[in-house]
Write a new protein. Structure first.
Length: 341
């Protein structure tokens, strides 16, 4: 019964996301992090690598590849709020990147620049993009995400999606480093098919599996992927409109085309604010004390500001109800700052 439920989760994931039939989908341990680590340790090393980082999680993958695996890697970085020029990459190398910068509010606008006839593999951390943004499967060879981001739920297991090209790499290339059991995707040079049929390493809580299944079925019931994307778009648009009407707050993403519709990152722009970190923390704390919003401070490695989750399970009416409170909290904190000065 447990294995059947996991297989159902795999099949429904394929249906909702529109993953091609020839792609493998597996449930693996340790959230999106586990899925990305499994993919990098199992597949990288066959050719040089292009590493992309414009926020903290992408920077973490750079650390793993450069300092742990010690590969021939060329690192491309952009500051928070901006994105790497993906037209400048060598796609005959393997390319590792985050689709949506969870901590920077910046996303890849499209997969158009990724060539279909590339020789390298593309590794895409899509954990805050899946179910809310358009993922062009033909341009992605390794895609990972976890259950808790856009669809809600528990984070201990991740999803690993492999293109036929990625499977061919697994079956033709053996990394020179030892692979822990938890990372092994092949046996005797062949893919371990059970991983992609529900025979998951470290059986997850079946209650959490049911939660994920419920979310997938709910997504189907409201209109599938198009409806899920539209909900995230509407949530983000409400915040963007709020910022457009005010001169004290703005979007961290420099280019509107790259703005995330899930992890919307904001920065305070009022010139009276001399310590952005202290001010942002005070605003977030005040909203939490009122029970209006929880954990909306910027990520610890990101520039000071706010980060508001706008994924598909969020109601736009809740976003709209929160925004006047943001006006209120700002007014109180800026008044206190002005009085202190």
């Amino acid at each position: 019964m447990g294995k059947a439920k996991l297989k159902e989760a795999i099949d429904l994931t394929r249906e909702v996301l529109g993953v091609p039939a020839e792609y493998r989908i597996g449930i693996v341990p340790a959230s999106d992090t586990g899925a990305m680590e499994m993919a990098m340790w199992s597949l990288l090393g066959e050719r040089p690598v292009e590493m992309l980082a414009w926020e903290s999680f992408g920077a973490g993958w750079v650390t793993d590849v450069v300092k742990q695996l010690k590969l021939d890697a060329r690192v491309h970085e952009a500051p928070y709020g901006e994105i790497v020029d993906m037209t400048a990459l060598d796609y005959d190398r393997d390319v590792v990147f985050t689709w949506n910068g969870t901590t920077s509010g910046v996303r890849v606008p499209s997969g158009d620049v990724i060539p279909a006839d590339r020789d390298g593999l593309t590794f895409c951390d899509a954990t805050s993009a899946a179910f809310a943004q358009d993922l062009p499967w033909g341009k992605l060879d390794v895609t990972t995400f976890s259950w808790q981001k856009v669809m809600g739920g528990e984070a201990a297991h991740g999803m690993l999606i492999l293109s036929p090209r990625a499977v061919a790499r697994l079956e033709s290339y053996t990394p020179p480093w030892p692979l822990p059991k938890i990372f092994r995707l092949t046996k005797g040079g062949k893919l371990i098919e059970g991983v992609f049929e529900g025979a998951t390493i470290n059986t997850p809580s079946m209650l959490c599996v049911e939660d994920y299944l419920f979310a997938l079925k709910w997504g189907q019931s409201i209109g599938g992927l198009d409806a899920l994307r539209a909900r995230a778009d509407a949530n983000a648009a409400a915040i963007w409109a709020f910022c457009e009407d005010r001169d004290w707050i703005g979007n961290l993403a420099v280019d509107p085309a790259t703005r995330s519709n899930t992890s919307v990152c904001l920065t305070f722009t009022d010139p009276r604010i001399t310590d952005g970190a202290v001010f942002a923390k005070a605003v977030a704390k005040r909203l939490e004390a009122e029970g209006v919003a929880l954990d909306i401070g910027a990520y610890r490695d990101a520039p000071p500001g706010l980060r508001i989750w706008c994924g598909a399970t969020v109601e736009t009416s809740d976003i709209e109800a929160m925004l006047p409170w943001l006006d209120w909290a700002f007014a109180i904190e800026i008044a206190a700052l002005t009085e202190a000065a």
